[in-house]
Design a protein around this ligand. Sequence first.
Ligand code: 0A1
Ligand code: ZN
Length: 891
Amino acid sequence: MREGQTAVTRRLDYAPPAFWIDTVDLSIDLDPAKTRVLSKLTVRRNPDVPAQPLKLDGDELNLARVLLDGAGCSFRMEGEQLVLENLPEGDAPFALEIFTTCSPEKNSKLMGLFMSGGDFFTQCESEGFRRITYFLDRPDVMATYTVTLRADKQRWPVLLSNGNLVDAGELEGGRHYATWHDPHKKPCYLFAVVAGKLVAREQRITTRSGNNHLLQVWVRPGDLDQTEHAMNSLVHAILWDEWRFGLKLDLERFMVVATSDFNFGAMENKGLNIFNSKYVLAKPATATDADFEAIEGVIGHEYFHNWTGDRVTCRDWFQLSLKEGLTVFRDQSFSMDMAGTASARAVKRIGDVITLRTVQFAEDAGPMAHPVRPDEYLEITNFYTTTIYEKGAEVVRMVETLLGREGFRRGLDLYFQRHDGHAVTCDDFIQTMADATPGSALAERLPQFKLWYSQAGTPVVRAQGHYDAAAQTYTLQLSQSCPPTAGQPAKQPMLIPLRLGLVGLDGRDLPLTLQGGALLHGDVVVLHEPAATLVFSGVTQEPVPSLLRGFSAPVKLQMEATPEQLMHRLAHDSDPFNRWEAGQQLALRVALAQLAAGGEVAPAPLSDAHLAALRAVLRDAALDAAFKALALGLPGESYIADQLPGNVDPQRIHAVREAMRRQLAHALRADWQWAWEHNHDTGAYTPDPVSSGRRALAGLALAMLCLAADGDAVWPGKAYQRVKDAGNMTDRENALQALLGCGHPLAARALEGFYARFSHEALVVDKWFALQARAPDVAGSALPAVLALMQHPDFTLKNPNRARSLLFGFCSGNPAGFHRLDGAGYTFWAGQVLALDAINPQVAARLARTMDAWARLAEPWRGAAREAIARVAAQPKLSNDVREVVTRALA
Ligand code: 0A1
Ligand code: ZN
């Protein structure tokens, strides 16, 4: 057991391994209660490191035997490590045979070898391989693997591992075997095994370079009809990576497998990607547009890891963003290219930025703030964060902005030339990008750019503009700062690419002429000083500045703007991202003013001009429905809370936002009706951006019309009918949400019917739990409803998707229900964190993080939250995962 160990791992303590392992030959006899693993290793000393004992990592293993070059040998245990001292001297390789057993059916942590629905799966990233056999479980030890699997043939007819199938056959006693060989050297975290009653959708493809590959998507027999979209996404990803980056599939066979028990989204094991079924299975009747989109993104993400992660991997886990930031950047670029039109691309970008700003910015301002390349951890799985992933992707995007598309491609080409087959660092990556582009804005200021990897916290850029009509100049004063974070009290100025434009009276961009300097790519200013003054000349009229277009850097922009200027940009900004952002700023200002005002919450805080501006967007024939749905959406409650200096009153924020929502529903009732009429029928379902955008807008319109019903049964009745007869899950779920959102009595019946229809579809039952977890807290009803749902026969803490749908749905998706005045929401949270910790510490630690922002709450919430966190922290038998989160929270 690793519980109770509290050793911090530090980046600067990295030392190369004392031994290399060149080949791994595994024989695995699969059995739920007792799986036997024989591991034959070829090991040699690392000549660059002084001689020392071989210390192999293990976790919850039973050790039976160790042989050195075929003979018994002495060994000892140091905690969970197997230590061998009397090893041959010199550099010559020696053979180790280690025989262990483990118990997959008892493995509720879902790390190492575990069972799901009676089938076997593995999860080895980051440190799961040590739960299968003793090993140097670190990513810089790369070996060639041969794996023989043995199992009962009837129960587990399909036996899969990485690479190529080289042998298979029958064994005595109804068992069978399969031997796989992976020709590519890999770290053990990319090892995988799957054994089960599975079937595959198969497709052969010939790529543009003429290579032929077999693609397989493996699922349970009844799920084959839900694999078409995943397969199409995989084909698109393969073709795209070759087209965009010249990166080819290097395997004859590429497999994707779905499991319904999985801690994360999916895993990029070499040639054998294992997925949470949520990111594979989709058919129109059960999956929403968001699900289809997420599947394309995650299939792409795991596939792209084949180069950025598997071929070039991380030297140590502090370098995690090397593979994750780059791969998220690649999957985001892929999804944008697949979306097609400029408007659909912008919609994708807006969605990504919403995630970044609501989740990552909050992380960067909270107790778990860490740099993109962290300096220390207690439990590495706590660092699979939005900072590593999404902020890491923004850092790569800034590199692309600085280098341009061609320069970026040149950089990546050199990266693979230099580092293919190696385990490297974030420094190696960024150095290569600079080396490939001498004279570029990155190469010129590389040390400063690297601060993005080492400094935590979200930089703030302040901007002030001044128009001089006589001189026809527009002066922009920029300054930057970055708030202190734990262990980093003072920050240095960063290199910030700011894409910008000046919007003229007629809504068109004015020409940009920067005095005494040039703009990168015509519209990017590279801010590197603490403060800078830019003067644009030849400006013939007072412009409305549009800064940080496309969200060109992960910063908070603070700039004074009048409502009229924001409305002008909402109506005209040529940059769709900033057009949307202008609307968000308008709404945010109203919310913040209401929060600052105190007293009763105003029932109608939006001005007529504001409403008219939103109406104009909604009615604009030139805009796509998807964009309209985003532009008419209000900023979320937690995002509003993040804008406050502290003393956050979650109930008041909810009340203010609700008032805005209700006003928007009533004031635009006729417009919502018009939007509904023009968008609610999208015909035969396809998940393309145009029809999914229309469904999103129709869904918003329906929710608004239900909200504005005021006792009239027409719209709730329509929503109820739609829950019953919608042709696809997106429309059905939106209708159910509309009914729940307006608190209509028909919602209960609709929920019942929904469950009766889909009770056999696990992923839909997850939605059913999540929808209820997020339902409005009418008179304190949310928590009792969640407690009742926990008694439902379909609820279990053991399945991560199910636990997430109800517990995360409530603790982070239902602020008004969760932040109760009596603190009962927090007591519930503490109980569930502890209950989950005994089953699955990774999922428990994620739930623990839903209280990250507790210190910014006002009383009485703050005190109650602290007490609940302290109660968790006081438990003696906590996992490292949860311990790290709660101790940081209380620090
Ligand atoms: N590398 C995977 C994420 C992942 C990480 C840890 C896991 O188990 C603890 C599973 C998956 C990815 O980025 O997709
Ligand atoms: Zn990844």
